[in-house]
Design a binder for this molecule. Structure first.
Ligand SMILES: *[C@@H]1O[C@H](CO)[C@@H](O)[C@H](O)[C@H]1NC(C)=O
Ligand SMILES: *[C@@H]1O[C@H](CO)[C@@H](O)[C@H](O)[C@H]1NC(C)=O
Length: 775
């Protein structure tokens, strides 16, 4: 039968309308309109969540229980429980990666903040918190609009950026455990809906759920044939104690994250997701973790198939559930839990334990309270996504993160009114997509660097120079001709996701392909020294440009997010004074002689192993951790520290806890306890002056070094950082609160954190201040 056209159109409209209404309804349990379910105790919001979960789990059959142990948990229709998707992503903005979120409804784009490594370069924890808040709000809006099948987001990625080649280093806040830990806490408090200081705003309810990943010592994806799935990270107790674990401890203890992801790799022979000591003893026991633990995707299957750690699938299921994992991203637990129970490898109570954690988080998200439109967070609508405020925040983060690495003869800032022509050269110059990095969402807006610069200088010409970022073929002559005609030249080079990403570590630290030849040739031909902009996550060895006088300025722009092009243009033309500082060490290219698989942080002089990160690496650097220039100059002085001699023994009731290890007397932090650690805190006051001509927001990094370091203690250690705005000529006194337990302790080879006696020097740029610790 042939339908008349109008009927056909009506039918399509009706179908669209049905689709539309379907997608505007968020999934929830305990509908008050459903007389069958509303009386269940698990729907009674007045009962404690523990009781409600107990009730719900007690109603489930074994098959229903097993069905809930995977990321795509099906509905339980007879109890009015809708399907739930555990896997959503929100690394630097809500993202469509994972199965939880779609952008096919009223919300089709979200705020795309800079990739995390660039945001870390602001060294501004309040900014990190505000980004977390904005992401949490946008996530809730997506859920309320019916475009999310879950509210559990698998971010932040807080593995230490241990090796410059790591393809996922861009996702992390860098190489320093204090910075990474502070980032984790700020982001988690923001997205989950707590205050910046950690106060609970919503009586334990979660705006959205964060997940500290990847637990633990995961920082290799695919290098030289070594693949993350079967990698056994050999990690010393000492490195675990003062490098790999601290960010996770902060994320859980201080951030109160409601999720943890166990990683693919093994640590010292035990796959993380099967490690009882890690998941249950450490995270839940020592750190007081209350939340759910998910596997990375297919990380349970690889325990059996790749690590070959277990003899049967059923033994694998038993191992992970007994270790404390709760949900499997993948299908392994769906397939093999029933047979594991039947073979008596596993008691049903182990399944119940996991389900308690899982349903407790869904309840804390408010998904068992009836229609969420009438609940807490129910009024967050699509108009709260891509707001001017959020887009301004994305711009602020990019502005304050971008790092000025070289600025000879004050080439920058360019003067807006005098320049009549500009050339933009390079494969990253006219690509807005490259700016958002990986795990991105569809951004509110896209502006290429080229377009942003054209808004300052109309006569701006572009040539990509290379065929692609890999620059396997280069058009030097054409690029040189474009450059020759312009007053100034901006080269936009670097990397993209074809060079560094998940499952792709780099083999070289130099710019890919012919990029160096292009930069050098263009710099030689240009009228004035050129400006080199590096769009990349991990560091590159640009020594060739650092020492070339024809390259006047170098900037690291990271992957600066949706507003990154504008931020960069503002910096080049002096509408913003750059203040970002590198959150990672930039190593020379010959660092690649170090195997990426070597997890040791500390150097081994006898074998020529140089160690890793600014805390231990003893070789040459291209740029240091914490390095970054400004258009202004700053001067620093220490004013005071009260007290400057710490008598730790006097704080203790019983001096018998004093231990004598190595040549220095030391005190275990665990013996001091939380109360005495709190009492031992002291302040250092520093004076900071903007002695230059322009106002600026600038982070100040305070380090400490040991007067008598052993060959295994850090060269120096960051103990505090603050971002301060100062007008030209303005001086300010800033207080840093220092906790000897947290900031001045060192790890023994057994992994015990101790405070050693003797002098420490607090360091602010070239200024030092002594603190004497007496035991
Ligand atoms: C689980 O079973 C399904 C269906 O037989 C199969 O497609 C899937 O690969 C299995 N998953 C695992 C991890 O064994
Ligand atoms: C370089 O990049 C281009 C564009 O992405 C791609 O087609 C080409 O295969 C790459 N070449 C190499 C050698 O990787």
């Amino acid at each position: 039968m042939l339908l008349p056209v109008t009927a056909l159109i009506n039918a399509i409209c009706l179908a669209l309308l049905l689709l539309h209404t379907e997608s505007t309804q968020p999934p929830f349990s305990c509908d008050s309109a459903n007389p069958q379910t509303k009386l269940f105790p698990f729907c009674q919001t007045k009962l404690p969540i523990r009781k409600r979960v107990q009730d719900l789990v007690s109603r489930l059959t074994l098959d229903e229980k097993i069905s809930q142990l995977v990321n795509s948990a099906p509905a339980i229709p007879r109890l009015g429980v809708p399907p739930y998707e555990w896997w959503s992503e929100a690394l630097h903005g809500v993202s469509g990666y994972g199965y939880g979120v779609t952008f096919n409804g009223r919300i089709s784009s979200v705020t795309s903040f800079p990739q995390v490594l660039l945001t870390a370069a602001t060294f501004d924890s309040h900014l990190w918190y505000r980004i977390g808040q904005a992401i949490g709000k946008e996530a809730r809006a997506v859920y309320n609009a019916g475009q999310a099948k879950g509210m559990t987001f698998w971010a932040p990625n807080i593995n230490i950026f241990r090796d410059p080649r790591w393809g996922r280093g861009q996702e992390t806040p860098g190489e320093d455990p204090l910075v990474v830990g502070n980032y984790a806490v700020a982001y988690v408090r923001g997205i989950q809906g707590d205050t910046f200081q950690g106060g609970k705003l919503n009586s334990g309810h979660l705006q959205a759920s964060a997940c500290c990943k990847h637990f633990t010592a995961y920082d290799l994806d695919n290098w030289n044939g070594v693949i993350r799935f079967g990698f056994n990270a050999q990690v010393t107790k000492q490195d675990l104690a003062d490098t790999y674990q601290p960010p996770f401890r902060s994320c859980v203890k201080d951030g109160k994250a409601s999720g943890i992801m166990c990683a693919y790799n093994s640590v010292n022979g035990v796959p993380n997701c099967a490690d009882y000591d890690l998941l249950t003893k450490t995270a839940r026991g020592e750190w007081g973790f209350h939340g759910y633990i998910t596997s990375d995707c297919d990380a349970v299957a690889v325990i059996y198939n790749v690590h070959k750690y277990t003899k049967s699938p059923e033994e694998t299921v038993a191992d992970v559930l007994k270790a404390g994992m709760d949900v499997n991203c993948g299908s392994f637990l769906k397939n093999y839990t029933k047979s594991a129970v039947q073979q008596k490898k596993l008691l049903e109570t182990a399944v119940d334990r996991a389900l308690h954690n899982l349903f407790a988080v869904r309840m804390r998200l408010g998904l068992f309270n009836g229609n969420p439109n009438n609940q807490l967070f129910g009024d967050i609508g699509p108009n709260q996504v891509c707001t001017q405020e959020h887009q301004d925040l994305a711009l602020e983060a990019a502005r304050n993160g971008i790092v000025l690495l070289k600025n000879s003869a004050k080439l920058l800032p360019l003067s807006k009114n005098k320049i009549t022509s500009l050339a933009v050269i390079g494969p990253n110059g006219n690509n807005a997509y490259v700016l958002v990095g990986n795990y991105e969402g569809p951004p509110c807006k896209s502006v290429e660097i080229l377009k942003a610069l054209q808004s300052y200088v109309k006569n701006t010409k572009f040539h990509p120079g290379c065929n692609a970022v890999n620059c396997t073929s280069v058009a030097i002559e054409d690029a040189v001709n474009t450059a020759k005609g312009a007053d100034y030249v901006v080269l936009v080079m670097g990397l993209d996701q074809s060079q560094e990403m998940e499952e792709r570590d780099r083999l070289y630290l130099t710019l890919p392909g012919q990029q160096e030849s292009l930069v050098t040739a263009v710099a030689k031909a240009a009228k004035k020294p050129v400006i080199l902009v590096l769009v990349c996550g991990g560091p590159v060895d640009v020594s060739f440009a650092k020492y070339n006088p024809q390259v006047g300025s170098i900037l690291w722009a990271g992957y600066p997010g949706e507003a990154g092009g504008i931020a960069l243009a503002e910096i080049l033309f002096g509408d913003h004074n750059p203040g970002g500082k590198l959150p990672v060490t930039w190593y020379p290219k010959d660092f690649t002689r170090v195997p990426m698989t070597d997890m040791r942080m500390r150097p081994e002089p006898s074998s020529g192993y140089p160690g890793r990160t600014y805390r231990f690496y003893n070789g040459k650097k291209v740029f240091e951790f914490g390095y970054g220039l400004s258009y202004s100059t700053y001067t620093y002085e220490f004013i005071s520290s009260t007290p400057n001699t710490l008598h730790l023994k006097q704080l203790l009731n019983s001096p018998t806890t004093i231990e004598s290890s190595s040549s220095l007397r030391s005190l275990p932090v665990s013996d001091m306890g939380a109360e005495i650690c709190e009492k031992a805190k002291f302040s250092a006051i520093v004076g900071i002056e903007n002695s230059g001509e322009v106002a600026g927001k600038h982070p100040f990094l305070l380090f400490a070094r040991h007067d008598r370091p052993s060959n295994r203690s850090p060269l120096k250690q960051l103990v505090g950082f603050q971002s301060v705005s100062l007008n030209s000529g303005e001086r300010r006194e800033v207080e840093f609160v220092i906790s000897p337990c947290e900031h001045l302790s060192t790890a023994t080879e057994d992994g015990l954190m101790v405070i050693e006696e003797g002098y420490r020097y607090l360091m602010l740029e070239d200024t030092e201040y002594p603190i004497n610790i007496v035991i």
